[in-house]
Write a protein that binds this ligand. Sequence first.
Ligand code: FCB
Length: 440
Amino acid sequence: MSQGETPRKANGVEERAGIHSANFHFPEGFLWGASTSAHQVEGGNTLNDWHDWEQAGRVPEKSGRAADHWNRFRSDFDLARSLGHNAHRFSLEWSRIEPADGVWNPEAIAHYREVLEALRERGIEPVVTLFHYTMPRWMAARGGWESPDMEKRFARYVRKVVSELGPLARWWITLNEPMVQMYKGWLLGQWPPGRSDWGAAVRVLRHMMRAHVIAYHHIHDLRPDAMVSIAKHALAFSPCDPRRWRDRLSVRMRSYVFNHLILDGLHTGMLHVPGLFWERLPAGRTLDFIGVNYYTRDFVHNTGLDLPGWMGGSCGFDHRLQVGKLNDLGWEVYPEGLAKFLHEYSRFKLPIVITENGVPAADDDDRWTFLFMHLWQVARAIADGVPVVGYLHWSLLDNFEWADGYRARFGLIEVDYETMERRIRRSALKYADIIRRNEL
Ligand code: FCB
C-alpha cells in the first residue's frame, strides 16, 4: 500500500501490503502520562506529619531532597513532553500552601501556578491531587483526620486553591487512597499517626468521605466543568486456600470493604457497611470519573469469627494460585487484576482514569514487561467496552517510597540521588513509542 493510502480497518484489524496486524488502537484523546506526589519528589517538605515521622526515626530513610523536583519541574516536564506524555498527575503540598492554621503562603501558590502553566505550555493536561497522604503539622496536632474540624479546614484549603488555580486545571483528585491511608495510619500503625484503633479508623474514614463530598461541591462551584474523583487503590485478593469456605468469604468481605465501599458510597451518597452502619453523606453523587491506582494482589485467610477475623489476615507468598513474579518490594505482578477492576468499576458508567500503575524494578526490563502486560489488560478492557480514558504510570521519576525509602525504583526516568541527574530508561522510550502510535 502506498504512503498516504488509508489502511482498511475492521475491528481494529488493519491490512497493510497484505500483512495483517491486529494492533489495538486507543481512543482518540486518550490521556497518556505519569504520576508523582509532592512529598515523594519535591524535596524540602518539612512542615508536614511525614517529615516529623521521618525525623522520629519511624522509617529507615528520610525524604530530604527527594528528587529535587521543586526546583527542576520545568526540565522534568521537558523530559515528559519528549516522551510524548499529554497528561501528568501531581499533588499540591497543603503544608506549603497553608503553613499555619488560616495563614496562606503566596509563594507556594505562585509556585504551583508556575507548575500548572509549565504543563500547559508543553501541551500536558494536569491532573491535580489535593491531598496525597501528607498532613500539615498544625492540622496533625489538632488530630488530623480524626478531628471533626478536619472537614472545615480541608474545605477552606480546597476553596482557596481552586479559586487561585482552578482556571488552569480541569481534572482534580481530592484524596489519594483514603482506604490505604486509614489502614496504614490507624490500623497497622505503620504510617503517621501510627495508631491501631478500629473505632478511630472508622471515624477517619467517615471524615475522609465527608471531606471529599464537601470538596467536590466547592470545586464544582468554582469550576463547573471540573472532573473530580478520588484515586482509589484497588487491591486484588485471592484466598490462601481456595478449598476453605472461610477464606473465600474473607476474600469477599475484604474486597468489598477495601475496593468497593468508598466508591459505592460516593456514587450513591450513602456510606453503608452491611449490618454495621449506614449514613447519608452531605449531598448526592460526587464522582465525575473513577480514578484507579492498581499494583498487585494479596492472599487472604480467615482468622476468626469476629469482624477483624472475617476481614482476615494477608499471608506471605508461595501460593498455588500464584504464577506471577514478585517485584523488588515483594509484591506479585498480577496484570489480570487490573482488567478485573476495570470491568467491575465500569458499573458506575463513568470514565475511568488509571491514576497510578507501576512497579519498583531495579532491572528496567522488568518495568517494560510490567508496563506492557498491564497496558494489554487496559486494551482488552477497552475492547470489551470499558470506558478507560487515560493511563498515568507511577512514576515519572524515581522517588521516596514512604516507609520503603529510596531503594524502590519506580521511575520511567532514573534519578541519581547524588547528582540529581536524570536518565531516561529504555522502558520510557518504549512507552513513548506506544503513546506516539496510540496503539499497542
Ligand atoms: C501508591 C501511592 C503512591 C506510591 C505508590 C507506589 O499506593 O499512592 O504514593 O507510593 O503506591
